[in-house]
Every structure is written in C-alpha cells, then in structure tokens.
Design a protein around this ligand. Structure first.
Ligand code: COI
Length: 360
C-alpha cells in the first residue's frame, strides 16, 4: 500500500485524532475523518506537493478566484466495508475520469489519474476504521478542485488545490431509503444544453438551492427538473438522475448535455439490462409521466446517485395536482436494484462488471 506512493505521508497524532461519531446518527456530510489528501497546481510546476496529511483548514486569500467566479468541481464516491472487514471502492476510476471531463469544461487542469487513484486508495486504507459497518451507513468520499489564485480578472486561474476529504454517512434524505415526495418545478430550471449541467461544478448546486427550499416549504423532499427550453421534458430529480417504470419498460432521459452522466445511473442501466429488463434512454415528457400515472401504467419512479443510491419516489406534485406512485411505497424493482447494488458494493455478491476495487 505505501510502496511507490510518491506522495508525502503525515499521519495525524494526539489531538488531531478525532472521536468517531455514533454510527446510527451520522447524518450526511457532517463528520470528517482524520486525514485528507492535498495536491497543488500552478503553471510553472503542474501538480506538486501531493500529500496525505491530517484533516485541516485552508488559509486562502479573500481574492481566491473560487470565491468570486466559482471555478470549483467535485466528485462523490463511497467506500464500503465487507463482512470480513475488507474495504471496497465502487467504480473509483470512473469518478476520476469524470472529474477530468468537468476540469476540461471549467478550464481547470487535468488530474493525473493513476496518481490520484493511488492516493485515494492509500487515504481510504489509512482511515478505514472510520468506515461504518451498520446497514445503510457508508463512507462518502469528496474529491474537490478549486481555483485559489488571488486575482479578480475573469479567466482560468493559474493556481489550484485538489483535495479529497471523507465522511462516514447515513442516508442522504431524511426519509432514509424510503419513498420521497417530489415537486415538479416549471418555474426554475437546472441547466441548459451548451451550459455546464453535464459536469459536476459547484454552481449547478448553488443554483438549485432555491427551488429545493421552495419544495421543502411545500412539504416535498426535492424537485424534479424539466428542460430549460420547453419545460416539457424530464431531466433530473434533485441531485440525482431519474428512472420511470412504464409498461414494464425502464425509461430514463438521455444524456444530451444538460444531464449529469451519473455512475449509479450507468450501473442501474447495465444491471437492469443484465436482468432482461428493457431499458430505454429517450426524452420523456412530464405529460407522458402524468398520463401513465393516471392510466396505471407508471408502476415505479426512482432517483439514482452516489449519495442517495436508489431513492424511490412515492408521490409527484405537478401543477398543483398530486400523483401517488407505487401506492406511496418502495417499488419492487427499486428495492431489488438497491439490494443488488449494495450487495455488489460491499463485496457480498459477485461483481460481474468488475466495478469493485479492493483496498488493502
Ligand atoms: C452525489 O450523489 O454524490 C452527489 O453529488 C450529491 C451531492 C450533491 C450530495
């Protein structure tokens, strides 16, 4: 694990070591492990000063470009502990590759994939005792890149930090893994084709908060986004991709430039096809979803994402009307998908797609 790491290693000690939180009340993204990975970039040296070090605060110039123009990208992946204590990562290289797509779109430097992969595995191994072992809890990993050059001109920054922090987490939504209530917004939009909706940049999430807040105030868990041009076609749900089971066909919107290419989305498509389910990636109008619900042909709907995994949708609200899905309960398909994914991710079940990386 530590040979040929080519990364400085400074272990936390004494007061830098934190008390671990109780596993049954972790929340999401509030507790952070003892260590982090940090690497810096500038035009002269490229990526340099790579180190695993105690988790610490940054001292940044108030003019750092990330604070002004939001040149910031991130990823989300998870580490799991199997029954024998073996640690696993789920499709980690896909996250690093996707981060490079985000970096390119946001005019940020490309990450050295092999080095980041090695650093990620070493960091996870070092803090492996933080990975929860109770059902439904995992360790969420947040690779992040920010522009730190202190200049107010609008242009690509000349200095960046790339870092990885990790937190033991429970379910993302307050509903746990139970059905969510979703508000279809035709007032706000998340992204447009030609914009940045297909990459994981901070501004997408900042721009989504107001719609989510309005949905919360109306008693809903999240919003369902429609396309920005016609407000007709379904795009995503909250911070997740979306799937509908209509007439035994699993339908999801295609990746057309305004939708994030979710790694869980791709895993669901491939697993469902493996099970013999007809999966169709095509534009799906909200009117079609509503009509299918009224006719009884919409049997399930669910969101997919790293944080939320599979989040069943028990109710949709559109233009003031409520539509109950799956009787307001978790659908059979969503439950099977959730169980199967979790079993693969924690090494309990065969991994036919070679998605799992063993750590240590
Ligand atoms: C993820 O599912 O990893 C996400 O990015 C959602 C996050 C914003 C909490």
């Amino acid at each position: 694990m530590w040979e040929n790491l080519e990364i400085e290693l400074e272990k936390a000690s004494g007061e830098q070591l934190k008390e671990k939180p109780a596993q049954d009340s972790l929340g999401f993204g509030v507790h952070f492990t003892d260590h982090m990975f940090l690497m810096k970039w500038n035009r002269q040296s490229g990526w340099h000063d790579a180190k695993i070090c105690p988790y610490h605060e940054f001292r940044l110039d108030p003019a750092a470009m990330v604070f002004h123009y939001g040149q910031a990208i991130f990823e989300g992946l998870k580490a799991y502990k199997g029954d024998g204590g073996q640690v696993y990562l789920f499709r980690p290289e896909d996250n690093i590759e996707r981060m490079n797509v985000s970096a390119q779109r946001m005019c940020m430097p490309r990450l050295p994939v092999a080095k980041v992969f090695k650093a990620l595995k070493a960091l996870v191994y070092l803090d492996r005792d933080w990975i929860p072992t109770i059902a439904g809890a995992t360790m969420y990993i947040r690779p992040t890149m920010i522009a730190v050059e202190p200049v107010l001109g609008v242009r690509p920054a000349g200095e960046y930090y790339f870092y990885i922090i990790m937190c033991p987490v429970g379910a993302y939504y307050p509903e746990g893994f139970g059905p969510t209530k979703i508000y279809v917004t035709d007032k706000y939009v998340r992204s447009v084709k030609g914009g940045v909706g297909h990459v994981k940049t901070a501004g997408n999430y900042a721009a989504s908060i107001m719609a989510a807040e309005e949905a919360h105030r109306a008693g809903y868990t999240q919003v369902l986004w429609l396309d920005a041009c016609e407000r007709k076609y379904v795009e995503e749900v909250g911070t997740s991709n979306i799937f509908f089971m209509i007439n035994d066909e699993l339908v999801t919107p295609p990746l057309g430039g305004s939708i994030l290419p979710g790694i869980t989305r791709d895993s669901v498509i491939r697993l469902a096809r493996e099970w013999g389910v007809n999966v169709v990636e095509r534009p799906i109008a909200i009117d079609e979803v509503i009509a299918a619900s009224i006719q009884g042909n919409l049997t399930e709907a669910f969101g997919t994402g790293t944080a939320a995994v599979i989040s069943p949708i028990g109710e949709l609200c559109y233009q003031g009307r409520k539509y109950v899905i799956s009787g307001g309960r978790t659908g059979i398909f969503a439950q099977r998908m959730f169980d199967e994914l979790q079993a693969i991710q924690s090494g309990k079940q065969e991994d036919p797609f070679k998605w799992i990386t063993r750590v240590g």
